[in-house]
Design a protein around this ligand. Sequence first.
Ligand SMILES: CC(C)(COP(=O)(O)OP(=O)(O)OC[C@H]1O[C@@H](n2cnc3c(N)ncnc32)[C@H](O)[C@@H]1OP(=O)(O)O)[C@@H](O)C(=O)NCCC(=O)NCCS
Length: 386
Amino acid sequence: MIGMADAKPQISSGLEGVYIAESSICRVDGQAGGLYYRGYSIDSLCKNSDYEEVVHLLLHGRLPKAQELAETKKVLAESRNLPEGVVSTIKHMNGKAHPMDTVRTAVSMLSAYDPEVADSSNEANMRKSLRIISRTASIVATIGRIAAGGEYVAPDNSMSHSENFLYMLNGKKPTPQQLDIMRDMFIIHAEHSSNASTFGTMVAGSTLADIYSAVTAGIAVLKGPLHGGADEAALHMMNEIGDPDNTEVYITEALAGKKKIMGFGHRVYKAYDPRAKVIKTYLLQMQDSSSEEVKRLTGIALRAEKLMIDKLGQSHGIWPNVDFFAGPVYRAAGIPAEIFTPIFAASRTAGWCAHMMEYWENNRLFRPLEYYTGAIDLQYVPIDKR
Ligand SMILES: CC(C)(COP(=O)(O)OP(=O)(O)OC[C@H]1O[C@@H](n2cnc3c(N)ncnc32)[C@H](O)[C@@H]1OP(=O)(O)O)[C@@H](O)C(=O)NCCC(=O)NCCS
């Protein structure tokens, strides 16, 4: 029996150090700063691949042959169009809810339009995964589009996932640099082992709830500023700093006040986050950007990076994480801050679905314990005597 009478068990706060499953999807090397999807480093995937191929890799466990890749691309492209009901819900929530709340609602709503929602076979889950991955990107683009005062842009099936995303968001084709940024951002956010949102997805799915419920739970968990929301929070911080010359004073005062600097630190990485390294290559190209905003943000980000590494890098293992440089780079691609975390969600649907299907192969309900520290056997007091 668990309770006050029992000896206090070892509690792993935040589940730190607890292994919940075996998995062959993703290796995060926190000490060396490495990230591998199904054995391939994200550097090699960013150099050689595209998001659709990464989706296939994550879901099926191996790189596709040409015919398989063509099929995956076709299904993803043909699933892009959103049901009218979902578009009108996005319009209804516009201006009233944070875009992450709208993504969570709209993705949950997609289940109403999927005739296979209750089919839990692996084949059906594979098909549903592709529809979720494809349509979540359309949902996010449409949220951004409608927030900017535009109308729903019907997808263009001849475009890649990344190009179509920017097309549905902005109503025009992206520049080559914007497309490269978007492709890399989709790739580096696609998967990250059993972090909070993936675990949230798996907890929901472990009850044998369907894959839409599981992914919706993942989106809910991703929202917070300690997880996916850090990218938007980091950009707000850079805007608060205002000018590159203010960076040192701001960071020094924030650290003295025990404030956390968003976009730094990680539960697993005690080295430079390899995803931040990929994003930094764009930042270095943007130092002389013709956009005043991008130039200013880039200046602040590079100075903050150096200061934080000097103060907390080697000494405390607190390095820039994926969310730190995302802001300036997304702004260069014309993406508003409110949809940074939704983009993370759209990309991560691939990892969530891969984990869910893998876990279902040997499913066991998640049910951890709490050490009870409250009272027991109290005498019930009638309401007029309290
Ligand atoms: C990601 C995060 C939650 C992981 O942290 P964790 O393993 O739970 O570690 P803790 O929050 O307990 O931090 C451990 C110590 O490092 C410090 N620290 C961690 N991240 C810090 C940051 N970004 N800025 C300043 N100090 C930080 C904490 O203040 C704490 O110091 P203390 O021991 O003196 O109290 C944490 O680093 C954080 O809050 N980062 C900012 C949010 C963020 O960027 N999240 C995105 C992650 S991809």
